[in-house]
Ligand binder design. Structure first.
Ligand SMILES: [Zn+2]
Length: 86
């Protein structure tokens, strides 16, 4: 099992299949690019199971969209690791 820490946008997206937070992107192209990254990574990782709050200290990168975040985060488990966390 591998643990992946996701940003709030991805947590809501995975938990509720609600990606409307991407509407806040600067452009539709930005939103489409981010969604493509998320879907591509999901195909690699497979099913994500919710563990709980990560309470990350400082800066970290979301395992799904690769966005840099500050503190917080939510942990999910998979059988695989993200390509950039190898
Ligand atoms: Zn994310």
């Amino acid at each position: 099992m591998k643990v992946h820490t996701l940003c709030n946008t991805c947590t809501v997206g995975i938990a509720n299949d609600d990606w409307t937070a991407l509407d806040a992107c600067d452009s539709q192209e930005d939103a489409d690019n981010t969604m493509a990254i998320i879907m591509g990574t999901l195909e690699i990782l497979g099913w994500l199971s919710l563990i709980g709050p990560a309470d990350m200290p400082g800066y970290w990168d979301c395992a799904l969209c690769n966005e840099t975040c500050c503190s917080g985060g939510t942990n999910f488990a998979t059988l695989k690791s993200a390509p950039w966390n190898e």
